[in-house]
Design a protein around this ligand. Sequence first.
Ligand SMILES: Cc1cc2nc3c(=O)[nH]c(=O)nc-3n(C[C@H](O)[C@H](O)[C@H](O)COP(=O)(O)OP(=O)(O)OC[C@H]3O[C@@H](n4cnc5c(N)ncnc54)[C@H](O)[C@@H]3O)c2cc1C
Length: 510
Amino acid sequence: MIGAGVAGLRAAIQLAKVGSVLVVAKDSLRESSSEYAQGGIAVALSDDDEVALHEQDTLYAGDGLCDAAAVHRLVEDGPAAIEELIDWGAEFDREGSKLSFTREGAHSRNRILHAHGDSTGHEIARTLYCKAATLDNIRFESYAATVDLLTSESGSVVGAVVFDAKTGRLRSVRSRAVLLATGGLGRVFKETTNPDVATGDGVAMAWRAGAQVSNIEMVQFHPTALHIQGVPRFLLSEALRGEGAVLRNRMGEAFMDRYHEMRDLAPRDVVSRSIVAEMRRTGSPHVWLDLTSRPADFIQHRFPRIYRTCLNYGVDIAKEPAPVHPAAHYAMGGVQTDLDGRTGVPGLYAAGEVACTGVHGANRLASNSLLEALVFGARAGSSMRGDTAQAQDPDCHPAVLEPDMSEATVRALSWDDCGISRNRIGLERALEALGNVSWSPTEQLSVASLERRNLVQLAGLIAAAALWREESRGAHYRTDFPEKRAEFQRHSVSSPVPGSPDRRPWIADS
Ligand SMILES: Cc1cc2nc3c(=O)[nH]c(=O)nc-3n(C[C@H](O)[C@H](O)[C@H](O)COP(=O)(O)OP(=O)(O)OC[C@H]3O[C@@H](n4cnc5c(N)ncnc54)[C@H](O)[C@@H]3O)c2cc1C
C-alpha cells in the first residue's frame, strides 16, 4: 500500500486477511489529508434520510459527469462502512444516544457525521490505525517516499522504488500487487488547504507506468481557507456556513445573495468564484467569514480545533470575522479505476483521492471523499486478494529526471493559469512554459526533487485536460466557454504520447 490515510489503511485491513501487507508513507504516518479532514463524513443513516436521496444529491453535484454505478456503490455501501467503523471504536458525536448529523452545502438532508466537533478525519484514521495495529500481517514504514512503480517487461506493476528519506537510499520493493492511496494534489497550486504530502505522486507515478488518468482538470477550490500572511492556508470548514457563518465583503455586507439563490451554501465552485469576483469588485485581497451570530460556547464546543487554531493565529472567531480566500482543495479526477480499484495496468490498483472512480464527476459533494476512501479502499483491498501471481523480476526502473522549473514557479503558474477561472490563452501559456522545461537526471535525489518532478508533470496534465474541455462544468470554469456543452458530457482521459520521450500528455478521444 502506498499511503497511510483512510484509503490505504482501510485497504490494508481488508487485504491482511489473506497475506502480508506493507504500508509505506512519505512522511510520518499521521501526515495526510485524512488527518486534517474536519467537517465530517456523509452517510444516509439519519431517520429522515434515504440512500436514494444521497445518490441524487451526489449526482446533482457531479454535474453530469458522475459514473452512476460508482455513486450507487458509494451510497449503498456507506451505512455498513460506518457501522463497521463504529464497531471498531470510532466515536462520532451524538445527541443523547443518537448520532448527530449536520448539513453541508448541496445536501438535501442533515447527513454529515462528525467526531470531536471538527476532527472527523483524525478519528476515522485513528480507528483504522488501531484496528490495523492489531493485525499481524500489516507492517508500516514511515518516511519512505515511493519514487516510481516497478514494471515487468509485459507492463505489469511488480513493485515500487522507495526512497528512504533518513538514509538517502533508494531500494526496490517487489510485491504481487500495488495500491496507490497517495491522496490529493493540492500542492500543484500556490494556494491550497492540503498538507505538504499532497503532491499528486500517485497520479504521476501511475501515468508514467502507463495507466490512464481521468478528469484531472476537475479540481475543487474550497472557498474559505484562512488568509493571513505567513500562515498556512488552514481550512475553515463548510460546516461553519452550515451552522450560520456568513461571507462578508470589506464593507461588512453579506454578498452571496447577489450570486446564488442558495447564498452561502451554494456549491463550492460558485462560492469560490463569487468570492474572487467580490474581491475584484471591492479591491480587497480577501473576504471575511463571520460566525459571530452564534454564542461563543457553541462555537468552542462545535468547532474546537478551528476555534483554537484561529486563536493561535490571532483571530477569535467568536468575536470577529476571519479573513478568507479560496484555495485548491480536492481532486475529483485521478488514476482511472473500476469499482474494485483496478487500473488498466495489471497489478496496479488505486483508491481514495488519488483515484478517479467517477463518484464525484465534475464536482464533489461535500464530505463524500472520506466515505469514498473507506468504501473503495475496502473494495480495492478485497480485489487485490485475487492477485496471487508471484512478483516477476522488474525490467528495470527508469532514471529519475528532474525539471529545471522551481516549485514556486510551477505552483504560481498553475494558480494563475489553471486555477479557479481558466481560458484558452492562459492554458496555452501554461502548456508552453511547461513544454519548455528541460529534464536532466537527478544528481542528488531528495523528497523535494521527486515531488517537483511530479508537480510539473501534473500541472501539464491539468492544463492539457482543461484546454481540451471547452465548456464550463462543475468545478471547471472557462471564461471563454462559460456554458455546459453536451458534447463534453464525457470524461477526459490522458495518457502519455505513445513513443514520446518527454511523455507529454494527450487527451484520448473517449
Ligand atoms: C483540510 C482538509 C479538510 C478536509 N475535510 C474533509 C471533510 O470534512 N470530509 C471529507 O469527506 N473530506 C474532507 N477532505 C478531503 C479528504 O480528507 C481526503 O480526500 C481523504 O482524506 C483522502 O484520503 P486518502 O487516504 O485518499 O489520502 P490521504 O489521507 O491524503 O493519505 C495519503 C497518504 O499517502 C502518502 N503518500 C503520498 N505520496 C506518497 C509517496 N510518494 N510515497 C509514499 N507515500 C505517499 C501520504 O504520506 C499519506 O500517508 C479534507 C481535506 C483537507 C485537506
